[in-house]
Design a protein. Structure first.
Length: 401
């Protein structure tokens, strides 16, 4: 059995605390089972806030999409219902849960198009501030897609009089390769690794933390750079994920897939040094995180947010920019892809390593030639040529005199 949490709510009501357990009959580690269960619970929490006439839609999602996709759909649907109640003027309901089917089934395609336009830029008033949110075309397209699935389902089950999705305005997305790929160049990778190895260019406060976590930080960066892992894949790594005698480790990918990754010498070195010389002992680790590979200074598994902050810090040094302008872990994934392809590796092999569903995604990195712009402009030094021409003119005039 895998312990999920202690039922504190029951204790608040005067009842005896209950430990929530789920059976783990698979070979997946407990932390993966717990994470999957957390996603399912988040889905169920959102479902409780939405109208009862969507019950069939919830069942449809459970049977047809993965939990993370289901959660993304439900979040978009919840946001639409919140807008429908608070902004649209098309219902008298006070909460999303109270929206009657009669109001909802009266929606037209134009109402959805107005909502998508609203999502481009909208305000949310907090207690002490007004927050302005903006969505790019990719985010708008995802919201449109989520609603399309919802309305097609409702029409199929005779809860809508017509299929209004045909009237949704199209959202033009950038063509593949149109968007600039952000990745570190080789010299920037070296600068980043130097910073994490020596503590150079860190602030005084950062340096104090670095002395306690330098081996952990370096191991995280090297693993990202070598395998191009997603942040969730790295965050969920365990001590038992590694089989050092075989020289490999196991990761759990999207869509519930497992993948065995070979250890190279660099990764083996930084991981072993971190485990042997810096990682806190199991005695000082939170019980549920004793198997976690990367631990925070508090002794718990590092969160994705903590990993993002770590990566932004060191990449900002590599880029010689502010901490806020540092790169995300996904940019290190892009760095791994462009570096592997730049070294002559097959895009099909790189696609397999990075777990790209479609090789066309990998081809974007193959088309990304990091030095091509530099090569094009290096012989177009107009200021230098101007100075040379000016110098020759002056020299010629002096000789004429």
């Amino acid at each position: 059995m895998t312990k999920i949490r202690t039922d504190e709510a029951g204790a608040d009501r005067g009842k005896k605390k209950k430990i929530v357990l789920i059976p783990n009959k698979s070979d997946k580690p407990d932390n993966i089972i717990i994470k999957e269960n957390e996603i399912i619970e988040k889905c169920e929490e959102i479902e409780k806030e939405l109208p009862a006439f969507l019950r069939g839609y919830y069942s449809y999602l459970k049977g047809n999409v993965l939990p993370m996709t289901r959660l993304a759909y439900l979040r978009d649907v919840k946001f639409f219902f919140s807008y429908f109640v608070a902004e649209s003027g098309l219902t008298g309901a006070k909460t999303p849960r109270e929206v009657p089917l009669s109001d909802f089934s009266a929606l037209k395609a134009v109402d959805i198009n107005i909502f998508i336009d609203y999502c481009r830029r909208y305000k949310v008033e907090g207690e002490n501030a007004v927050y302005i949110y903006e969505n790019d075309r990719k985010s708008l397209a995802r919201k449109r897609s989520s609603l399309s699935v919802l309305f097609k389902f409702l029409y199929r089950d005779d809860l809508m009089p017509s299929n209004i999705t045909d009237g949704f305005d199209p959202i033009k997305l950038p063509r593949a390769g149109e968007k600039e790929i952000k990745a570190l160049q080789d010299d920037e990778v070296m600068r980043m690794l130097d910073a994490v190895t020596t503590g150079g260019e860190l602030t005084k406060k950062e340096y104090e933390f670095w002395k306690k976590t330098r081996r952990r930080d370096k191991a995280i960066l090297v693993v990202f750079l070598t395998y191009g892992l997603r942040i969730s894949e790295l965050q969920q790594l365990n001590l038992t994920s590694f089989n050092f005698s075989r020289g490999e480790f196991k990761i759990y990918r999207k869509r519930g897939k497992e993948s065995i990754m070979p250890l190279n010498n660099s990764v083996l070195k930084v991981i072993v040094e971190y485990i042997d010389e810096e990682r806190p002992s199991k005695e000082s680790t939170a019980p549920e995180d004793k198997d976690a590979l990367f631990l925070s200074l508090q002794g718990g598994r590092m969160t994705e947010r903590q990993i993002r902050q770590l990566v932004k810090k060191y990449t900002s040094i590599a880029l010689k920019t502010s901490r806020d302008a540092g790169y995300s872990p996904h940019k290190l994934r892009a760095t791994a892809a462009t570096s592997l392809i730049g070294r002559g590796n097959s895009i099909f092999d790189v696609a397999a390593l990075l777990d790209h569903e479609n090789v066309t995604t990998t081809q974007l990195y193959a088309a990304h030639k990091k030095d091509v712009k530099r090569d094009l402009v290096k012989d177009m030094e107009w200021e230098t040529e101007f100075e040379e021409v000016k110098s020759k003119t002056v020299t010629s005039a002096d000789e004429d005199e």
